[in-house]
Ligand binder design. Structure first.
Ligand code: FAD
Length: 509
């Protein structure tokens, strides 16, 4: 820390000698003097740690890292970029750094390590309340909080959020900047649909509380806004009574049209709590890091199906229950599954706790960590595919590109969805996640495959949209937003006119 301060002061003289376009270290020296923020510019440590992410595909080194001890520190930083320097510098909130293409990076700017608010400032934390008039609970949660911590804190009151991601070690601010989707989305909408109010620091450095009714433009801009309009420091999340236990069922298909029509059937009835699908191929075996569901003998049975059909489609559904509903849950599940067209005899069941179900990916992470296979590159591609294109997508992508090229190295998820982020113009659509991982040297071919998939979707006019989007040109971004681009651009000039926030998304910078 002393070394860092010495470095900064030694360069202060240079910035005073009248260089208007300040270099990063000169910006830092002023920043330090004028705001007294605790920043780090130690290139071997803090800046390197925030120059990479889960994807391990991009590295962009910030000029400095801010460890905020309060939301005021972030306000000071944003104000300084707006007014304290001739050329504003980029600022990226870093939730848990689980983006895959540098979205939480700030090349030559400042990365704000949101997690530090949690270490230093319990004012944000997680507070659970019950609204007796509205008859439901809510949690006020710091933007830096991880969903796993939100789960444990709310369960102490017998409550829990209703909409989740598959993996819980993601920050509230990070998923609300995208959408936050999983097998509950068809029922409750994405996580961004379950927020009542937020505190946000805009790109102009204003601290604002917004909701559907107050400063609603900011509220809607920030939800799914890719970090472009403000930094979320608090979100009020809807809670419902939490179940204790779940019935977890998987059924298998060789026929894609039966698999999709059963999936559409399940989301159209009232009652299932979670519906998600996945693909199994030789390179993507029955058990994977997303969950170890199948017993050893069932895995052998499934592997022989895979070698017979090439691809097997797995539909996964869950019904929650507790002591009050334990007597009726089996009958209800049976009713909901009536008429499903899966391969005879290929139904697999499990019971587990609500917490273990929601936190199912963690065990896979620990296993991969122990083998050194977690911190590897992840050239993921997530797509929303309209219902009318899903058969074409199966033929052209799953069967032709992926099966033919023998190249997928991770699970593939498929689930229906209805939501309001940038989505296809159809009421029902699927989210397909191609969750690849690879060695540090052999990622290129997966990226080539991703390009091939996108080209195929474009040429065949499948009208897909990327989720967790990543583009290299402004034209491509405009095309992604389509009709929403004008509003997106107008909101940027309203809330972040100097284009300071989340430069790693590369939309305006
Ligand atoms: P970061 O990567 O740190 O940030 C993402 C973006 O949000 C950046 O632009 C950043 O500047 C901005 N940001 C971060 N915090 C804030 C804030 N407080 N205010 C404003 N902007 C902010 N997504 C799903 O929807 N469903 C899933 O099931 C799912 N599973 C995943 C599993 C794994 C293993 C991984 C690695 C990712 C998964 N994701 C999933 C994707 C994930 O939701 C996004 O990558 C998300 O952005 C990661 O959250 P984070 O906290 O790490 O965000």
């Amino acid at each position: 820390c002393y070394l860092i301060i010495f470095f900064i002061i030694s360069h202060l003289v240079m910035s005073i000698i009248g260089n208007l376009h300040l270099k990063p270290y000169e910006v830092l020296s002023q920043l330090y003097i004028e705001t007294s923020l605790i920043i780090s510019a130690d290139s071997d440590d803090a800046t390197l740690a925030t120059s990479t992410d889960f994807g391990k595909l991009v590295q962009e080194i910030p000029a400095a890292v801010l460890y905020p001890s309060s939301t005021d520190d972030i306000v000071k930083l944003v104000n300084f970029s707006n007014n304290g320097v001739s050329v504003p510098f980029g600022i990226a909130a870093r939730g848990h750094g689980h983006s895959v293409r540098g979205q939480a990076m700030a090349p030559n700017g400042v990365v704000v390590v949101m997690n530090f608010l949690n270490n230093n400032n319990n004012i944000n934390g997680i507070r659970v309340s019950w609204d007796p008039i509205l008859g439901f609970g809510y949690a006020d949660v710091g933007g830096e909080q991880l969903w796993v911590d939100v789960l444990h804190a709310t369960l102490e009151y017998g409550l829990a959020p209703v909409s989740w991601t598959d993996y819980l070690y993601l920050s509230v601010g990070g998923t609300l900047s995208n959408a936050g989707i999983s097998g509950q989305t068809f029922r409750y909408g994405p996580q961004i649909n379950n927020v009542l109010e937020m505190d946000v620091i805009t790109g102009k450095g204003e601290f604002m509380t917004c909701s559907k009714h107050t400063d609603s433009e900011l509220f809607f801009a920030v939800l799914g806004g890719l970090g472009q309009f403000g930094i979320i420091t608090r979100a009020r999340i809807v809670l419902e009574k939490a179940p204790t236990t779940v019935k977890w069922v998987r059924v298998l298909y060789a026929d894609f049209s039966k698999f999709t029509s059963d999936q559409e059937q399940l989301i159209s009835i009232d009652g299932m709590d979670y519906v998600e699908g996945s693909l199994m191929m030789n390179q993507s075996p029955p058990n994977n890091w997303r969950s170890s569901f199948f017993s050893h003998s069932n895995q052998s049975k499934i592997l022989s199906l895979i070698s017979k059909y090439g691809i097997i489609y797995c539909l996964e559904m869950v019904k929650y229950y507790d002591d009050h509903t334990a007597n009726t849950v089996d009958e209800e599940l049976h009713k909901m599954m009536k008429g499903l067209n899966f391969l005879s005899g290929h139904i697999f069941k499990k019971e587990t706790t609500f917490v273990d179900f929601l936190n199912r990916v963690k065990a896979g992470e620990i296993k991969l960590q122990s083998k050194g296979l977690w911190d590897v590159p992840h050239p993921w591609l997530n797509l929303f595919v309209p219902k009318s294109s899903i058969m074409g997508f199966n033929d052209g992508v799953f069967v032709d590109i992926i099966l033919r090229q023998n190249k997928t190295t991770g699970p593939i998820l498929v689930w229906d969805d209805r939501m309001s982020v940038v989505i296809p113009e159809e009421e029902t659509f699927y989210c397909v996640g191609l969750l690849h991982s690879c060695g540090f040297k052999d990622c290129e071919s997966l990226d080539v495959q991703n390009e091939e998939i996108l080209n195929y979707c474009g040429k065949s006019d499948l009208k897909i949209k990327q989720y967790l989007p990543h583009y290299r040109t402004k034209e491509a971004w405009k095309n992604h937003f389509g009709k929403k681009w004008e509003v997106f651009e107008q909101r940027k000039s309203q809330f972040d006119p100097k284009m300071i926030l989340s430069p790693g998304q590369k939309i305006f910078n």
